[in-house]
Design a protein around this ligand. Structure first.
Ligand SMILES: Nc1nc2c(ncn2[C@@H]2O[C@H](COP(=O)(O)OP(=O)(O)OP(=O)(O)O)[C@@H](O)[C@H]2O)c(=O)[nH]1
Length: 503
């Protein structure tokens, strides 16, 4: 190592003349090289060069050298004398060059002084590994036991100029605390987490429907193990499809198709799942359609209704993002004058999606807000006006009456308004959603659905029953809380995800 060090320094300063050096004398650079080689914690006294009889003069700026039992001290023979003399000349020349190079190196990298000096970029280059290690520890970079050594003295950081722990007095060990006590060792720096790969929306849909699909496929394969298809198995299958919220109509479609194709024959669980996916897709395809915007006259009014917490305000944000992202001029109206946070929440969505916002004070008449919003949107030439409403349970008569009034007021301003009435359905609700659609449709004229939270523990089967019964368009599905987590509804994808087959 020492030789490598000298070679590296020597090649570094090669072009400069080097000073003479007395035979047998060890150059400071060799000395420094040897010290570098000594393992951490050893003082320089332990280095490979012992003290000389009388230290020769050393040019200033160099470390005091340490002579040693060197080869040239023994008496040489005649021929040997010549060889030695040549070797000596080479050594002298080499050493002198090395000294020159060392000068250049020390001029380039001044050594850091006291601890606490603000290390600039050059001094940070010269902090010895020991110093670096010490500072690491006090920064809590080392989560090992040494960390506790320093955490109890965290007010005084160990000085860099002190030699290593072997020669300096060992810092006082932290006291042995009685059971039940501990020192507040600084927590290790958190390891930055690798950014999580976001699942595709279909993966999130499948994950959300996993409970429905795994329950269904598990029961189906348990039912169809080495059994011929008979009336009993058909009845059992119908029962488990109804329990999965698929609805009586769809359950019967699946069993009828199965009977017509495989009655009396051996049937596997996979056969049944495949036929089930086909029948579900047949029910969903007619309702999977794009949301039509009539931009012939502005604004196209979209009214969002639904029970509490089904995702109305969030879905408005997602819709506004899609529409303003497509270059349309969007206004959102905080028609939920019942919940304070809802007004603020919608304002945030408006800002985030660069939509215009109109709101009123808490408790104000929602129909009045709808009226003002329409007038404002008309004046602003907004393409689309999306109106939020307060969450209400379908059995709350007075709240449902308020919704009726909003629709009536808008109709006075534009006979076709509201052009679209979307109901948000929470996929985790199950059977109750069927009833919600029934009532909101009668009161508010719901003409489209958005099923939200399909990334959660969804019971997505209910959407099949609703579609079969009401034949209402399902425009979008919500698969997360993010602004982009709204996907156009795809019948095939949904059918396969529920049946646990496909992608
Ligand atoms: N996981 C998931 N969470 C959603 C989704 N849509 C909405 N949410 C969350 O559901 C909760 C309720 O959403 P909101 O938009 O406040 O629902 P709301 O219908 O406006 O609620 P109210 O104003 O109380 O009637 C929020 O925490 C949303 O982040 C979705 O698709 N997936």
């Amino acid at each position: 190592m020492a030789l490598n060090f000298i070679k590296k320094v020597f090649t570094f300063g090669r072009e400069k003349p080097v000073e003479e050096q007395a035979p047998g004398e060890v150059s400071p650079v060799e000395e420094a090289a040897a010290a570098q080689e000594a393992p951490l914690g050893e003082s320089s006294a332990a280095s490979e060069f012992a003290e000389p009889a009388s230290p020769p003069s050393v040019p200033s700026g160099h470390l005091p050298h340490k002579g040693g039992d060197r080869l040239e001290d023994a008496a040489p023979s005649e021929p040997e004398e010549q060889a030695d003399a040549q070797a000596e000349d080479v050594r002298v020349a080499l050493n002198a060059q090395v000294i020159e190079a060392e000068k250049a190196v020390s001029a380039e990298y001044p050594v850091a002084t006291e601890v606490g000096d603000k290390p600039d970029e050059t001094t940070s280059e010269t902090i010895s590994p020991l110093e670096g290690e010490m500072s690491d520890r006090t920064e809590g970079g080392d989560a090992g036991s040494t960390n506790s050594e320093f955490s109890s003295e965290s007010t005084e950081s160990p000085t860099d100029s002190e030699p290593s722990s072997e020669t300096a007095e060992t810092p006082a060990a932290s006291p042995i605390l009685p059971k039940g006590f501990s020192t507040a060792a600084p927590a290790p720096a958190p390891i930055p987490e690798a950014p999580k790969q976001k699942l595709s929306w279909f993966q999130r849909l499948r994950a959300g429907l996993a409970r429905t699909s795994s329950q269904l496929t598990g029961q189906i394969s348990a039912l169809f193990t080495k059994r011929k298809l008979d009336d009993q198995t058909l009845q059992d299958l119908e029962d488990l499809l109804i329990q999965a919220d698929l609805g009586v109509e769809t359950a019967m479609r699946v069993t009828d198709t199965l009977a017509s194709e495989r009655y009396g024959k051996d049937v596997t669980g996979e056969d049944v799942s495949r036929i089930m996916a086909q029948e579900i897709a047949k029910v969903l395809k007619p309702v999977a359609k794009p949301l039509q915007l009539d931009l012939g006259h502005k604004p196209h009014v979209i009214l969002i209704v639904g029970v509490n917490g089904t995702g109305k305000t969030t879905t408005i944000g997602k819709l506004a993002a899609k529409l303003s992202g497509a270059g349309l001029k969007v206004m959102v109206a905080a028609g939920d004058t019942f919940r304070a946070a809802a007004i603020e929440q919608l304002k945030i969505w408006a800002d985030r999606t660069k939509s215009e916002f109109i709101g009123t004070k808490l408790g104000a008449d929602a129909a009045g807000l709808a009226f003002d919003a329409f007038q404002q949107a008309k004046a602003n030439k907004s393409d689309v006006l999306i109106i939020d409403t307060a969450g209400r349970l379908q059995n709350k008569a007075e709240l449902m009456a308020e919704l009726e009034k909003i629709v009536r007021v808008l109709g006075k301003l534009d006979p076709d308004a509201p052009h679209t009435v979307l109901q948000t359905l929470d996929a985790t609700t199950g059977q109750n959603a069927l009833n919600q659609v029934e009532i909101f449709r009668n009161i508010a004229g719901v003409n489209g659905l958005i099923m939200t939270k399909l990334d959660g523990t969804a019971r997505g089967g209910i959407l099949v029953a609703i579609s079969a019964k009401h034949k209402l368009p399902v425009y979008f599905i919500g698969v997360g809380e993010g602004v982009d987590d709204l996907e156009p509804f795809e019948a095939e994808d949904f059918a396969q995800a529920i049946a646990g087959i496909g992608q």
